[in-house]
Design a protein around this ligand. Structure first.
Ligand code: NAD
Length: 500
C-alpha cells in the first residue's frame, strides 16, 4: 500500500513535514489497510495558519449564505455519488458492517442538507426596538473564526459532518483532525469539499495523534473555537487547553446510557418481542461502540428472568465477522487496545459478582472470524449493581449489564445514577408513566419505546460529564456563530455626562 499524502493544507495534499507515517490497521484481521501521513506540531501550525489566512482575508466568511448553502448541497450530492465507496471505506476502517457504513453515509448526507436548509431559513439578524426612533439597533450573526474540529473513531465521517457542515454554513474556516485510528473516510470528505468548489485553505486536514496534534490544535492561540467529540479523559484535557486563550468550546463526550424497561411493556408477546429486540439493538449495534449505546439495562424485577433469558439467547445468535462480509451482524472492535479494555471490564465484573448470561470473551476463530481480528462476543452480565465499575464506567464494547427495580421511583434513581447524561430510554405501555419517567431523566436525548434514532433537526448533546454545547438542530449552527449587537445613533449629539 503506497504512502498517501493525507495532510490537506491550503488546498494542497502533502506528507508530514518530518515525513512521518502511520499504518492504519484492519480491525477484522490486524493487517495493514493503508499508510497515512502522521502530522506533527509543525503541520498543525501550518494548517491553522492557512485557515487563519482564509478567514482573515479569503472570500468564504463574506460569501452569501445562499452560495454557502449551495456548496453544502453539492457536497451532499457527491456523497450520494460516492455512497458505496465511502461505506466500504468506513466498514474496513472501523470494522462496522457495510450496512452500518451505508446508514452512516446517508446520515452524513442528511446533515449537509439540514445545515444548508437551516442557514438559509434562519434570519441573519433581527432588529431590536431601542425605545426611541433616533436609534437603529440590530443583532447580527457572524462566523466565529478558525475552528478546530476533533473527531473519534466510532463514527468518523458522521461526527465530522455534524461539525464541518455547520462550521462552513456559518462562514468559518476550519482544521479537521480525525481519530488516528480511522482517518480514511475523512480524507475522502476533504476531496469532496474541494470538488464542490470550497476555496483552498477554508478546510484543512491533519491526520495524526491526539497528543501532540489534537493538543496543539486545542491550545493554538490563532484558533477561535474547538469542537471535540471523544472520551471524557481527552475532553477534559481539551477544555483545559482551550481555556488558556478563552476559546469557545463544544464537547461531545461519553455516555453510560440507561434503558429502563417496565413490566407492562412486556405484557403482550408482541410487546415483549419488540422490547427485547430494542434492548439488543441498543446494546450491541456497532459492537456497542456507540456513545449512546444502551449498555445499562434497568428492568423491572418481575420480568427480569424471562427478559434476560431471551435477550441472552438472542445475543448468542448474533453473527460476528468481518464487517464487509455478507450476513455479518457485528464486526470487530476497533483495536487491540479496545479489545483488551473490554476484556478487563468483563473480568472485573465477574470478579465483583456479575453473572455471565451470554458471551464473555473472544469467540473462537473460524472462516468468518480471522485469527488476528479484534472480536469480542456480545456479552450479557446479570445481577449487576451500581457499585460495580462495569456499571459506572463507559466500556465502549458489546457488554450489557442488567440491574433491576421494583418501583418507578427506584427506576428513575438508577437511571440518573451516572456522572454522564447523554441518552436514555424508557419502555412502557403506560403512556403517562413513560412520559413522566422521560421527563425526570437527566439525559440529553430520551427515547420512549425506541432506542437510537436521532434527527438532524433535533439537538444532540449531553448533560453532566457527557459534554457541553449541542450539535445538530438549530443550536448546532449557533455554536459556530458569534452574536453582535449594532447600536446606531441616528441623531448624534453631545451627551454632556461631564460638565467640563
Ligand atoms: P478519544 O478521546 O480517545 O479520541 C477522540 C479524538 O480526540 C481523537 O481524534 C484523538 O486523537 C483526539 N485526542 C486524544 N487526546 C487528545 C488531546 N489531549 N487533545 C486533543 N485531542 C485529543 O475518543 P475515541 O476513543 O476516539 O472515541 C470514543 C469516545 O468518543 C467514547 O467515549 C464515546 O462515547 C465518545 N463519543 C461521543 C459522541 C457524542 O456524540 N457524545 C459521539 C461519538 C463518540
Amino acid at each position: 500500500m503506497p504512502v498517501t499524502d493525507t495532510l490537506c493544507i491550503d488546498g494542497v495534499w502533502r506528507p508530514a513535514a518530518d515525513g512521518a507515517t502511520r499504518e492504519i490497521i484492519d480491525p477484522a484481521d490486524g493487517s495493514v489497510l493503508a499508510t497515512v501521513a502522521e502530522a506533527g506540531v509543525r503541520d498543525a501550525d501550518a494548517a491553522v495558519a492557512a485557515a487563519r489566512r482564509a478567514f482573515d482575508s479569503g472570500p468564504w466568511p463574506r460569501t452569501p449564505v445562499m452560495e454557502r448553502a449551495a456548496l453544502l448541497r453539492r457536497v451532499a450530492d457527491l456523497l450520494v455519488r460516492d455512497r458505496e465507496e465511502i461505506a466500504l471505506t468506513e466498514s474496513r476502517d472501523t470494522g462496522k458492517t457495510l450496512a452500518e457504513g451505508r446508514v452512516d453515509v446517508d446520515d452524513v448526507t442528511a446533515a449537509f442538507r439540514w445545515f444548508a436548509t437551516l442557514v438559509e431559513s434562519e434570519p441573519a439578524g433581527r432588529v431590536v426596538d431601542a425605545g426611541t426612533p433616533d436609534v437603529h439597533s440590530s443583532v447580527v450573526h457572524e462566523p466565529v473564526g478558525v475552528c478546530t474540529l476533533i473527531t473519534p473513531w466510532n463514527y468518523p465521517l458522521l461526527q465530522a459532518s455534524w461539525k464541518v457542515a455547520p462550521a462552513l454554513a456559518a462562514g468559518n474556516t476550519l482544521v479537521l483532525k480525525p481519530s488516528e485510528l480511522t482517518p480514511l473516510s475523512t480524507v475522502h470528505l476533504l476531496g469532496l469539499l474541494a470538488e464542490a468548489g470550497l476555496p483552498a485553505g477554508v478546510a484543512g486536514l491533519v491526520t495524526g495523534a491526539g497528543d501532540p496534534v489534537g493538543a496543539r490544535l486545542a491550545v493554538h492561540p490563532d484558533v477561535d473555537l474547538v469542537s471535540f467529540t471523544g472520551g471524557l479523559a481527552s475532553g477534559t484535557k481539551v477544555a483545559a487547553a482551550a481555556a488558556a486563550t478563552v476559546k469557545k468550546v463544544a464537547l461531545e463526550l461519553g455516555g453510560k446510557n440507561p434503558n429502563v424497561v417496565f413490566a407492562d411493556a412486556c405484557a403482550t408477546q408482541d410487546g415483549f418481542d419488540a422490547t427485547v429486540d430494542q434492548a439488543l439493538n441498543a446494546a450491541f449495534a456497532h459492537s456497542g461502540q456507540v456513545c449512546s449505546a444502551g449498555s445499562r439495562l434497568i428492568v423491572e424485577e418481575s420480568v427480569r428472568e424471562r427478559f434476560v433469558a431471551e435477550l441472552a439467547a438472542r445475543a448468542d445468535r448474533i453473527r460476528l465477522g468481518r464487517g464487509t462480509a455478507p450476513d455479518v451482524e457485528c464486526g470487530p472492535l476497533v483495536s487491540a487496545a479496545q479489545l483488551a479494555k473490554v476484556e478487563a471490564h468483563v473480568a472485573d465484573a465477574l470478579a465483583e459478582g456479575a453473572v455471565l448470561r451470554a458471551g464473555g470473551g473472544r469467540p473462537a476463530p473460524g472462516p468468518d472470524l480471522p485469527a488476528g481480528g479484534f472480536f469480542h462476543s456480545p456479552t450479557v452480565l446479570d445481577r449487576c449493581h451500581r457499585e460495580m465499575r462495569v456499571v459506572r464506567e463507559e466500556v465502549f464494547g458489546p457488554v450489557l449489564t442488567v440491574e433491576t427495580f421494583r418501583t418507578e421511583e427506584e427506576a428513575v434513581a438508577l437511571a440518573n445514577d451516572t456522572e454522564y447524561g447523554l441518552a436514555g430510554a424508557v419502555f412502557s405501555a403506560d403512556t403517562a408513566r413513560a412520559r413522566r419517567v422521560a421527563g425526570r431523566l437527566r439525559h440529553g436525548t430520551v427515547w420512549i419505546n425506541d432506542f437510537h434514532p436521532y434527527l438532524p433537526q433535533a439537538e444532540w448533546g449531553g448533560y453532566g460529564r457527557s459534554g457541553t454545547g449541542r450539535e445538530l438542530g438549530s443550536a448546532g449552527l449557533a455554536e459556530y456563530r458569534e452574536t453582535k449587537h449594532v447600536y446606531e445613533n441616528l441623531r448624534p449629539a453631545a451627551v454632556r455626562w461631564f460638565a467640563g
